[in-house]
Design a protein around this ligand. Structure first.
Ligand code: GLV
Ligand code: MN
Ligand code: MN
Length: 418
């Protein structure tokens, strides 16, 4: 999105949104594709974090970095309790879009500006957050910051996380100037939160179909990541008879096809999108192919069935080709049904100005989903006319972004103000 002169929304809101958007836009952006590489604890991530801190300070908010590397900007007393919190994440998938995450953080600051413009009186503390490492692009596990805070990832497990170069999460945090010694559950901090609302670009076309700029989340599908290690035998590509090969690439390819078949049969989703090959030479049969499966379904039984089907196909194919197969579940997030009371409250708060807002489910994971086990949580979605996400082509129209800010401000006003 290019910053432009204020359009339809209230001018100050539009301007504050666009100024922030323009500031954030160059950070971690690949000039060729326009996609983003904002991986946890890298230079780009630190620049995003510096941007967040500057936004907090320029508004006179109390800035905090928690023990898990999540950022907080408080209006009111951080310790008072029953706080209304909003925010999202600033990191990205490899060559991700500009909106997934940043739209929620920028909209949170813009919504606060809108509320100040309205001269509302706050009855509760309000905080804006940037949760660290939501996408898991670097260490393989999504929502590390919120999982740690919510006790869904232990410090010991977090210490085992490694990036593709073998750098551990604590070492990466240290290299970025952060102290990893205290990472772990943060129940006292979560106990201060009365409600968490995350605004996010929609990652689908439901709102485009209904013709609405903003929606409310109902649920997040259960989803997980599995690593498949196919061990074969390295050998010469030009001299090894086909019948003599133990080629893990072949079994990997058969597994990719099986994943598509199982997902289609079940009405679910299964994707192999990340792969590493050893030794990765054009004329050497690989010794190891490692593929990561991402799979999601509307309910747990369906997901279990899909995974069981893919595993069975992989094991049968591996046995036939002399491949040693190891399957590791790297992460799993059960179904999240957002709290009905808060969801209904959002619908009520928005009805007068915005009419009846569509309520939609999603297959995408979010920090809000992780937090929902600990605090009342809700989400707002902003229309994405193409539905494309996790791609440089991800997009939301300016007017819809401003409509999202206004909706978020209305919700925060209803929840936090007298
Ligand atoms: C995060 O965006 C995910 O759903 O993988
Ligand atoms: Mn994402
Ligand atoms: Mn996201």
């Amino acid at each position: 999105m290019t910053p432009v002169a204020p359009a339809d929304g209230p001018p100050h809101t539009s301007t504050s949104f666009h100024e922030m958007w323009a500031d954030l836009k160059p950070i971690g952006r690949d000039p060729d594709s326009g996609g983003y590489r904002r991986y946890a604890w890298t230079r780009a991530d630190q620049d995003c974090r510096a941007w967040f801190k500057a936004q907090a300070e320029s508004r006179g908010l109390t800035y905090e970095l928690d023990r898990n590397g999540n950022q907080w900007a408080w209006q009111g007393d951080p310790l008072a309790g029953d706080a209304v919190v909003t925010g999202s994440h600033l990191d990205s998938v490899p060559l991700g879009g500009a909106f997934d995450g940043p739209l929620g953080v920028v909209s949170s600051f813009a919504a606060l500006d809108e509320l100040r413009h309205r001269e509302v009186e706050f009855a509760k503390p309000l905080a804006i957050t940037n949760f660290g490492d939501e996408e898991g692009a670097r260490f393989g596990l999504a929502c590390v910051g919120s999982r740690l805070a919510a006790g869904q990832l232990t410090a010991a497990k977090a210490h085992e996380l490694r990036d593709a170069d073998g750098v551990s999460l604590p070492r990466a945090m240290e290299a970025a100037g952060y102290d990893p010694s205290a990472i772990g559950p943060d129940p006292e901090r979560l106990a201060r939160i009365g409600a968490f609302v995350e605004l996010h670009v929609e990652q689908g076309r439901a709102l485009d179909v209904t013709g609405d700029p903003v929606g409310i989340a109902s649920a997040i599908w259960p989803h997980g990541r599995w690593r498949f290690d196919f061990h074969g035998e390295a050998n010469h590509a030009g001299t090894t008879r086909l019948d003599d090969r133990r080629d893990p690439m072949l079994t990997y390819a058969e597994t990719v096809v099986a994943a598509r078949r199982e997902a289609r049969l079940a009405g679910a989703l299964a994707t192999f999108a990340k792969v590493s090959v050893e030794p990765n030479g054009v004329n050497a049969i690989p010794s190891l192919v490692r593929g990561w499966l991402d799979s999601r379904a509307a309910d747990q039984d369906t997901l279990d069935r899909v995974i069981a089907g893919i595993e069975q196909a992989a094991r049968e194919n591996a046995a036939r080709s002399g491949i040693d197969l190891r399957i590791t579940r790297e992460s799993f997030t059960p179904v999240v049904e957002f709290e009905h009371a808060l969801r209904d409250e959002l619908a009520k708060l928005l009805r007068e100005e915005h009419g009846d807002i569509p309520v939609l489910g999603t297959g995408a994971g979010h920090d809000a989903g992780i937090l929902s086990a600990s605090v009342p949580t809700a989400m707002l979605f902003v229309r994405n006319p193409t539905g494309i996400s996790h791609s440089p082509a991800e997009y939301a129209a300016e007017d819809d972004c401003v409509a999202g800010v206004i909706a978020l401000a209305d919700v925060l006003e209803g929840l936090a103000c007298t």
